[in-house]
Write a protein that binds this ligand. Structure first.
Ligand code: 3H9
Length: 683
């Protein structure tokens, strides 16, 4: 063994058991050193006369969590993982995998190549390659269908889900599951094999795939769930094509398809998304987060009750404040309703829900916030209302309490300036429904202290949110871009694109929902009223005029059964010629000549509006990194993950192409609508 392999993989002898330990922080990923170390260790122990059984175990937090993502994009180096797993399976002495944590991807492929698998009961396994736009590339498709059967294997490979070993108990995955003392019990298991003389390797690769599975019946569901992602469909194709092949032929085809996907743009986008999320959680400041145990939430409407539900679910204690007893009852009822819904949908047990609700209290008395570590307001979006509220909090809250606002647009500097401790004020911008949506923007105001920022980010982590640090501006990062995107969509409606055409173009491209269907769902009047509080941008005659036209016609969205669409008894959206008529008349009154607009132009203009605003945000220092914008759009606005995010799309196009396209749009529509954006930030 060379030096690096020696530290990543070590060997110990326990009587006749050879212990191979992988120790490669943080998650024992299969770096070149680990791969080489595993091969060396197997060869050494196979040749060792004294060793009868070999155990592969890991140090740290988990068994091997997969191929080393940091090596992706670099030229592959030997030994390659398929050769490593085949070498393990070919070993003449029994090899046992000792599983804990999350054995994922290549890590699970190593486990499947071992002859026995034992696990601690909390261990999970999975083949999450599809989440990176890949399929398993080292026998995962082949050995999983042999050992677990095609149905279970297909489900795991195409969904990427992590599955508990206890749930797979009956599938034959494990030979023993332990409640504690994994190492001690694994060695005892190995010694028992020796005592019973069970020294012949059992190779999954030599098993046959069960022949009675209806592959075609499974296909439609997989294609539907893939929603434009290639990898799950390729995985199905590989498994179906190879089910009757030998393991070596099957692995050869699997590898061929894996390598094709590795070069794909979807895989690059999904790997970018993974890295972007990890990067977003990192702060350049060095401050220790404060402990947060008790959280005050002001406002029990949909937003406040969603936020409270999120905190209670993560074991915080919550004090809900409302203005009247009646409103308080309503808020508490909504929170309890959320938990009841979770129990009904099988997301949590009744006991777990009861434990969460037991941490909930409510009052109309602000004094009850005195011992809260963090208070978040989710009241009406009005700066004066918020200022009055913060003055009250300044009076009642303890000195080091963090005072957070959930405002979506308002100037947090202005709010903070009115109280005696602006350094304690921060934005915690949740997205609705706050107990479901993953995204939280942590908004650092001018005077917010580093410790308060670190605490808010840390709270986000405990809530299992994807938190992104942003600065103060109208709408912060997400809603500012969303406004620009919405503006462009609205402009295209006036120029002659139809409602259906726009929504079809954007969902066809991959957005989770069409932008106009979204407006109908959230209520066209909500955005309209928020915009009406701002001065009208005189330079932009078309600015959200289509929405204003709908509101003027009483078409507020789903809630009035009519918005950009009309909704029948069944709640399904239908096109309404009246909408086209209203928009045509509005365009005429504004002097806009209507024309035919195709899907490509719709997508291009919507995407470039996002790119242009994203670059402006970066230039203004509102976000720390371009990739933070992608995280915001992936988790808050239904941007397709396999397209990486708007800024990833820009980077794929390259700075020269982006600059040229933005210049074209500026020439066509004017500098006021398409201001000059500097593409330098793209690097
Ligand atoms: C594969 O295996 C292909 C094969 O079939 C074929 C090959 C031929 N590599 O998420 P966390 C880092 S595809 C390198 O905060 P958690 C991560 O960046 C791969 N590094 O912790 C972070 O670093 P830092 C299939 C990795 O406890 C640190 O570990 N495997 C890898 O919440 C902690 O991560 C996957 O897709 C990796 N593979 O969750 C697994 N994984 O501290 C992807 C993580 O510097 N990973 N890191 O920011 C995960 O799902 C989660 O990270 C895991 C831990 C569940 C493991």
């Amino acid at each position: 063994m060379n030096n690096e392999n020696q530290t990543a993989v070590t060997i110990e002898h326990r009587n006749h058991v050879g212990l191979v330990t992988v120790n490669y922080a943080p998650v024992n990923a299969l770096s070149q050193a680990v791969r080489a170390g595993l091969v060396d260790a197997i060869e050494q122990l196979e040749a060792d006369f004294n060793t009868k059984v070999i155990v592969i175990r890991c140090e740290g937090r988990t068994f091997i969590a997969g191929a080393d993502i940091k090596e992706f994009g670099k030229p592959p180096t030997a030994p390659f993982l398929p050769d490593v797993v085949n070498r393990i399976e070919a070993c003449e002495k029994p090899v046992i995998a000792s599983l804990f944590g999350t054995s994922l991807g290549g890590g699970f492929e190593v486990a499947l190549a071992c002859h026995y698998r034992v696990a601690i009961n909390s261990a999970k396994v999975g083949l999450p390659e599809v989440n990176l736009g890949l399929i398993p590339g080292a026998g995962g498709t082949q050995r999983s269908m042999r050992l677990l059967g095609p149905k279970q294997a297909l489900d795991m490979v195409t969904s990427g889900k992590h599955v508990g070993v206890t749930a797979l108990k009956d599938s034959g995955l494990t030979d023993a599951i332990f409640e504690k003392d994994l190492d001690k019990n694994t060695i005892a298991f190995a010694e028992q094999l020796i005592a019973e003389g069970k020294l012949t390797p059992r190779r999954v690769g030599e098993m046959n795939v069960l022949g009675d599975f209806d592959w075609q019946a499974a296909k439609a569901g997989i294609v539907k769930k893939a929603r434009g992602k290639d990898a799950p469909v390729v995985a199905f194709d590989v498994m179906e094509k190879t089910q009757a092949m030998s393991i070596s032929d099957g692995m050869a085809y699997e590898r061929e398809q894996f390598l094709i996907l590795r070069k794909s743009e979807q895989s690059a986008a999904l790997i970018h998304a993974f890295g972007a999320e990890k990067a977003a959680s990192k702060l350049s400041i060095d401050a220790k987060p404060l402990d947060v145990v008790k959280v005050g939430i002001i406002g029990g409407g949909n937003m406040g009750s969603g936020i409270a539900t999120a905190f209670l679910s993560s074991k915080f204690s919550v004090q809900l404040i409302e203005q009247t007893e009646e409103a308080l009852e309503g808020g508490l009822g909504r929170i309890k309703g959320n938990f009841a819904g979770n129990v009904k949908r099988g997301r949590m047990s009744q006991q777990a829900a009861d434990d969460c609700v037991a941490q909930l209290n409510g009052s109309i008395d602000y004094q009850t916030l005195a011992d809260c570590d963090l208070v978040i307001e989710a009241v009406f979006e009005d700066i004066d209302v918020k200022k009055t509220l913060f003055a009250k909090l300044d009076d009642v809250c303890k000195a080091d309490a963090i005072l957070a606002t959930n405002t979506s647009y308002l100037d947090i500097d202005e709010i903070a300036a009115t109280i005696s401790r602006p350094q304690q004020v921060v934005g915690m911008h949740f997205f609705s429904p706050a107990n479901i949506m993953k995204l939280m923007e942590v908004v650092k105001a001018d005077k917010t202290s580093d410790q308060v920022v670190a605490t808010a980010m840390n709270v986000g982590k405990k809530l299992k949110k994807v938190s992104v640090l942003v600065g103060v501006c109208f709408g912060f990062a997400g809603n500012r871009m969303y406004t620009r995107y919405g503006r462009e969509i609205q402009q295209m409606l006036l120029e002659g694109a139809t409602v259906e055409q726009i929504d079809k173009a954007m969902t066809g491209w991959g957005m989770a929902m069409g932008p106009l269907a979204v407006q109908d769902l959230s209520g066209i009047d909500i955005g309209h009223n928020a915009r009406s509080a701002q001065p009208f941008p005189e330079h932009d005659q078309g600015y959200f005029r289509a929405a204003a036209t709908m509101v003027e016609a009483g078409r507020l969205g789903r809630k009035t059964q009519a918005g950009f669409y009309t909704y029948g008894e069944d709640g399904k959206p239908q096109n309404d010629p009246q909408v086209e008529e209203l928009l045509r008349a509005k365009a005429k009154s504004l002097g806009i000549t209507q024309r035919k607009i195709d899907a490509e132009e719709i997508v291009d203009r919507a995407l470039f509006a996002l790119i242009s605003e994203g670059l402006a945000l970066m230039e203004a220092g509102i976000v720390q990194r371009l990739s933070d914008i992608d995280v915001i759009w992936l988790h808050g606005y239904g941007f397709p993950r396999h397209k990486g995010g708007p800024m990833f799309q820009a980077q794929q196009l390259g700075d020269v192409n982006v600059a040229n396209s933005l210049a074209d749009l500026q020439n066509q529509f004017g500098e006021d609508i398409w201001p000059i954006t500097d593409t330098d930030a793209m690097g």
